[in-house]
Design a protein around this ligand. Structure first.
Ligand SMILES: [Zn+2]
Length: 261
Protein backbone atom coordinates (compact mmCIF):
# COMPACT_ATOMS: atom_id res chain seq x y z
CA UNK A 1 0.00 0.00 0.00
CA UNK A 2 1.26 3.44 -0.87
CA UNK A 3 -0.14 6.95 -0.71
CA UNK A 4 -0.29 8.53 -4.17
CA UNK A 5 -1.05 12.06 -5.34
CA UNK A 6 -2.18 12.98 -8.87
CA UNK A 7 -4.74 14.87 -10.93
CA UNK A 8 -7.88 13.04 -12.02
CA UNK A 9 -11.15 13.39 -13.93
CA UNK A 10 -14.21 11.81 -12.32
CA UNK A 11 -15.67 9.24 -14.75
CA UNK A 12 -18.32 7.59 -12.63
CA UNK A 13 -19.68 7.39 -9.09
CA UNK A 14 -21.77 4.60 -7.59
CA UNK A 15 -23.40 4.59 -4.16
CA UNK A 16 -21.56 2.16 -1.92
CA UNK A 17 -23.08 2.55 1.51
CA UNK A 18 -25.24 5.12 3.22
CA UNK A 19 -22.30 7.44 3.48
CA UNK A 20 -19.78 6.30 0.86
CA UNK A 21 -19.28 6.24 -2.88
CA UNK A 22 -17.21 4.10 -5.20
CA UNK A 23 -15.59 6.49 -7.66
CA UNK A 24 -13.99 5.69 -10.99
CA UNK A 25 -11.30 8.24 -11.78
CA UNK A 26 -9.05 8.66 -14.77
CA UNK A 27 -5.78 9.86 -13.33
CA UNK A 28 -2.84 11.52 -14.97
CA UNK A 29 -0.19 9.19 -13.56
CA UNK A 30 -1.92 5.90 -12.75
CA UNK A 31 -4.53 5.49 -15.48
CA UNK A 32 -7.99 4.50 -14.34
CA UNK A 33 -8.57 3.75 -10.68
CA UNK A 34 -11.61 2.63 -8.67
CA UNK A 35 -11.62 3.89 -5.13
CA UNK A 36 -13.87 4.09 -2.10
CA UNK A 37 -14.64 7.64 -1.00
CA UNK A 38 -15.72 7.34 2.62
CA UNK A 39 -18.16 9.97 3.78
CA UNK A 40 -18.71 11.29 0.25
CA UNK A 41 -22.49 10.96 0.59
CA UNK A 42 -22.68 12.87 3.84
CA UNK A 43 -24.25 16.29 3.78
CA UNK A 44 -20.94 17.76 4.81
CA UNK A 45 -18.74 15.61 2.62
CA UNK A 46 -15.01 16.04 3.05
CA UNK A 47 -14.75 15.97 -0.75
CA UNK A 48 -17.32 18.75 -1.34
CA UNK A 49 -17.93 18.99 -5.11
CA UNK A 50 -14.60 17.46 -6.12
CA UNK A 51 -16.31 14.17 -7.02
CA UNK A 52 -18.98 15.61 -9.31
CA UNK A 53 -19.09 13.88 -12.70
CA UNK A 54 -16.30 15.02 -15.04
CA UNK A 55 -14.74 17.37 -12.50
CA UNK A 56 -10.97 17.74 -12.65
CA UNK A 57 -9.60 17.33 -9.14
CA UNK A 58 -6.30 16.88 -7.35
CA UNK A 59 -6.57 13.60 -5.48
CA UNK A 60 -4.67 11.62 -2.89
CA UNK A 61 -5.38 7.91 -2.62
CA UNK A 62 -4.10 4.82 -0.92
CA UNK A 63 -3.16 2.34 -3.63
CA UNK A 64 -4.17 -1.17 -2.63
CA UNK A 65 -2.63 -4.31 -4.02
CA UNK A 66 -4.36 -6.78 -6.34
CA UNK A 67 -8.06 -6.48 -7.02
CA UNK A 68 -8.91 -4.45 -3.91
CA UNK A 69 -10.46 -1.02 -4.35
CA UNK A 70 -8.15 1.90 -3.67
CA UNK A 71 -9.04 4.30 -0.87
CA UNK A 72 -9.55 7.95 -1.74
CA UNK A 73 -8.35 10.14 1.11
CA UNK A 74 -8.45 13.64 -0.43
CA UNK A 75 -9.97 15.34 -3.46
CA UNK A 76 -9.80 19.02 -4.21
CA UNK A 77 -11.74 20.54 -7.09
CA UNK A 78 -9.67 22.24 -9.80
CA UNK A 79 -12.19 22.62 -12.56
CA UNK A 80 -15.85 21.83 -12.92
CA UNK A 81 -17.48 20.59 -16.16
CA UNK A 82 -20.05 23.27 -16.88
CA UNK A 83 -21.62 22.26 -20.18
CA UNK A 84 -25.01 21.73 -18.55
CA UNK A 85 -25.26 25.52 -18.78
CA UNK A 86 -24.31 25.47 -22.47
CA UNK A 87 -26.78 22.93 -23.79
CA UNK A 88 -27.80 19.31 -23.84
CA UNK A 89 -25.61 18.21 -26.75
CA UNK A 90 -22.31 19.47 -25.23
CA UNK A 91 -23.37 17.91 -21.92
CA UNK A 92 -24.06 14.54 -23.57
CA UNK A 93 -20.80 14.79 -25.50
CA UNK A 94 -18.94 15.23 -22.21
CA UNK A 95 -20.67 12.20 -20.68
CA UNK A 96 -19.83 10.24 -23.83
CA UNK A 97 -16.15 11.23 -23.64
CA UNK A 98 -16.03 9.98 -20.05
CA UNK A 99 -17.79 6.76 -21.04
CA UNK A 100 -15.31 6.16 -23.88
CA UNK A 101 -12.32 6.54 -21.55
CA UNK A 102 -13.94 4.27 -18.97
CA UNK A 103 -14.76 1.60 -21.58
CA UNK A 104 -11.41 1.56 -23.37
CA UNK A 105 -8.97 1.68 -20.45
CA UNK A 106 -7.93 -0.76 -17.73
CA UNK A 107 -7.29 -0.02 -14.06
CA UNK A 108 -3.76 1.06 -13.16
CA UNK A 109 -2.56 1.32 -16.77
CA UNK A 110 -1.39 4.89 -17.32
CA UNK A 111 -1.68 6.24 -20.86
CA UNK A 112 0.41 9.30 -21.63
CA UNK A 113 -1.57 12.41 -22.51
CA UNK A 114 -5.00 10.81 -22.32
CA UNK A 115 -6.20 12.65 -19.21
CA UNK A 116 -5.02 15.95 -20.68
CA UNK A 117 -6.86 15.26 -23.92
CA UNK A 118 -10.06 14.44 -21.99
CA UNK A 119 -9.69 17.68 -19.97
CA UNK A 120 -9.20 19.76 -23.11
CA UNK A 121 -12.21 18.14 -24.73
CA UNK A 122 -14.37 19.05 -21.73
CA UNK A 123 -13.03 22.62 -21.80
CA UNK A 124 -13.80 22.92 -25.51
CA UNK A 125 -17.36 21.73 -24.92
CA UNK A 126 -17.73 24.24 -22.08
CA UNK A 127 -16.60 27.09 -24.27
CA UNK A 128 -19.16 26.11 -26.92
CA UNK A 129 -16.75 24.84 -29.55
CA UNK A 130 -18.40 22.71 -32.25
CA UNK A 131 -19.42 19.48 -30.45
CA UNK A 132 -19.12 17.47 -33.69
CA UNK A 133 -15.48 18.40 -34.32
CA UNK A 134 -14.53 18.35 -30.67
CA UNK A 135 -15.83 14.80 -30.29
CA UNK A 136 -14.34 13.59 -33.58
CA UNK A 137 -10.90 14.89 -32.57
CA UNK A 138 -11.31 13.41 -29.09
CA UNK A 139 -12.15 10.00 -30.55
CA UNK A 140 -9.26 10.09 -33.00
CA UNK A 141 -6.83 11.19 -30.33
CA UNK A 142 -8.05 8.55 -27.89
CA UNK A 143 -7.70 5.66 -30.34
CA UNK A 144 -4.32 7.00 -31.37
CA UNK A 145 -3.05 7.15 -27.78
CA UNK A 146 -4.35 3.63 -27.22
CA UNK A 147 -2.50 2.44 -30.32
CA UNK A 148 -5.58 1.66 -32.41
CA UNK A 149 -5.46 4.34 -35.11
CA UNK A 150 -6.95 2.75 -38.23
CA UNK A 151 -5.12 2.64 -41.53
CA UNK A 152 -6.74 5.29 -43.73
CA UNK A 153 -4.66 4.69 -46.85
CA UNK A 154 -3.21 1.19 -46.96
CA UNK A 155 -5.39 -1.89 -47.26
CA UNK A 156 -5.53 -3.78 -43.95
CA UNK A 157 -5.60 -7.12 -45.76
CA UNK A 158 -2.79 -6.83 -48.34
CA UNK A 159 -0.96 -3.61 -47.41
CA UNK A 160 -1.35 -2.02 -50.88
CA UNK A 161 -2.28 1.64 -51.16
CA UNK A 162 -5.98 1.97 -51.94
CA UNK A 163 -7.33 3.78 -55.00
CA UNK A 164 -8.57 7.06 -53.56
CA UNK A 165 -10.10 8.24 -56.83
CA UNK A 166 -13.10 5.98 -56.32
CA UNK A 167 -16.40 7.38 -55.14
CA UNK A 168 -16.70 4.99 -52.23
CA UNK A 169 -14.11 3.05 -50.28
CA UNK A 170 -14.51 -0.02 -48.08
CA UNK A 171 -13.63 0.46 -44.42
CA UNK A 172 -13.48 -2.36 -41.90
CA UNK A 173 -13.95 -1.18 -38.27
CA UNK A 174 -12.99 -4.58 -36.87
CA UNK A 175 -10.13 -5.03 -39.34
CA UNK A 176 -8.72 -1.63 -38.41
CA UNK A 177 -8.86 0.32 -41.65
CA UNK A 178 -9.57 0.59 -45.35
CA UNK A 179 -9.81 -2.41 -47.69
CA UNK A 180 -8.78 -2.32 -51.35
CA UNK A 181 -11.10 -3.51 -54.13
CA UNK A 182 -9.14 -6.74 -54.62
CA UNK A 183 -9.50 -7.69 -50.98
CA UNK A 184 -13.13 -6.73 -50.33
CA UNK A 185 -14.45 -10.20 -51.38
CA UNK A 186 -12.39 -11.73 -48.55
CA UNK A 187 -13.55 -9.26 -45.88
CA UNK A 188 -16.75 -9.27 -43.85
CA UNK A 189 -18.56 -6.50 -42.03
CA UNK A 190 -17.06 -3.52 -43.85
CA UNK A 191 -18.75 -0.19 -44.47
CA UNK A 192 -18.73 1.79 -47.70
CA UNK A 193 -17.69 5.36 -47.06
CA UNK A 194 -17.39 8.32 -49.41
CA UNK A 195 -14.09 9.74 -50.52
CA UNK A 196 -14.63 13.04 -48.71
CA UNK A 197 -15.35 11.27 -45.40
CA UNK A 198 -12.12 9.33 -45.69
CA UNK A 199 -10.14 12.45 -46.59
CA UNK A 200 -11.47 14.30 -43.54
CA UNK A 201 -10.63 11.42 -41.22
CA UNK A 202 -7.16 11.02 -42.68
CA UNK A 203 -6.30 14.70 -42.58
CA UNK A 204 -7.58 15.22 -39.02
CA UNK A 205 -5.77 12.11 -37.83
CA UNK A 206 -2.57 13.33 -39.46
CA UNK A 207 -2.95 16.73 -37.84
CA UNK A 208 -3.40 15.17 -34.41
CA UNK A 209 -0.37 12.94 -34.63
CA UNK A 210 2.77 14.73 -33.60
CA UNK A 211 0.97 17.68 -32.09
CA UNK A 212 0.46 18.14 -28.37
CA UNK A 213 -3.15 18.17 -27.15
CA UNK A 214 -3.14 21.90 -26.43
CA UNK A 215 -2.12 22.74 -29.97
CA UNK A 216 -4.53 20.19 -31.35
CA UNK A 217 -7.49 22.03 -29.90
CA UNK A 218 -6.39 25.52 -30.83
CA UNK A 219 -5.73 24.46 -34.40
CA UNK A 220 -9.24 23.23 -34.97
CA UNK A 221 -10.38 24.52 -38.30
CA UNK A 222 -13.53 22.71 -39.32
CA UNK A 223 -14.27 22.64 -43.04
CA UNK A 224 -17.00 25.15 -43.83
CA UNK A 225 -20.23 23.29 -44.41
CA UNK A 226 -20.43 19.54 -44.67
CA UNK A 227 -23.11 17.56 -46.42
CA UNK A 228 -25.39 15.72 -44.01
CA UNK A 229 -24.36 12.44 -45.61
CA UNK A 230 -20.71 13.14 -44.77
CA UNK A 231 -21.54 14.09 -41.18
CA UNK A 232 -23.55 10.90 -40.82
CA UNK A 233 -20.72 8.81 -42.29
CA UNK A 234 -18.15 10.37 -39.96
CA UNK A 235 -20.32 9.41 -37.00
CA UNK A 236 -20.94 5.91 -38.38
CA UNK A 237 -17.22 5.22 -38.82
CA UNK A 238 -16.25 6.52 -35.36
CA UNK A 239 -19.15 4.76 -33.63
CA UNK A 240 -18.25 1.46 -35.22
CA UNK A 241 -14.58 1.82 -34.30
CA UNK A 242 -15.45 2.62 -30.67
CA UNK A 243 -18.01 -0.20 -30.50
CA UNK A 244 -15.52 -2.64 -31.97
CA UNK A 245 -12.80 -1.62 -29.47
CA UNK A 246 -15.08 -1.64 -26.44
CA UNK A 247 -16.94 -4.77 -27.64
CA UNK A 248 -20.28 -3.22 -26.73
CA UNK A 249 -22.45 -0.29 -27.68
CA UNK A 250 -21.86 2.62 -25.33
CA UNK A 251 -24.97 4.01 -23.69
CA UNK A 252 -24.32 7.66 -24.57
CA UNK A 253 -24.09 6.94 -28.32
CA UNK A 254 -27.88 7.03 -28.45
CA UNK A 255 -27.79 10.64 -27.24
CA UNK A 256 -25.43 11.89 -29.92
CA UNK A 257 -27.77 11.76 -32.93
CA UNK A 258 -27.66 15.57 -33.18
CA UNK A 259 -23.99 15.39 -34.11
CA UNK A 260 -25.13 14.20 -37.53
CA UNK A 261 -27.22 17.31 -38.16
ZN1 LIG B 1 -5.99 -5.35 -50.31
Amino acid sequence: MSLEKTDAVVLKTVEWSETSLIVTLFTKDFGKISAIAKGARRLKSPFESALDLLSLSSVVFLKKSGESLDLLTEAKLQRRFRSAQVGLLPLYCGYYAGEVINALTENHEPIAGLMESLCLTLQELDRQASPAWTILDFELQTIQRLGHMPSWRWCVACGEEIETDRQSIAFSPTGGGVVCTNCTPTQRGYLRIGRQTLQILESRARKLSGSDPARMVSEQSPPAILALSVRAELRLVMEQIIVSLSERRLRMLDFLEDLKR
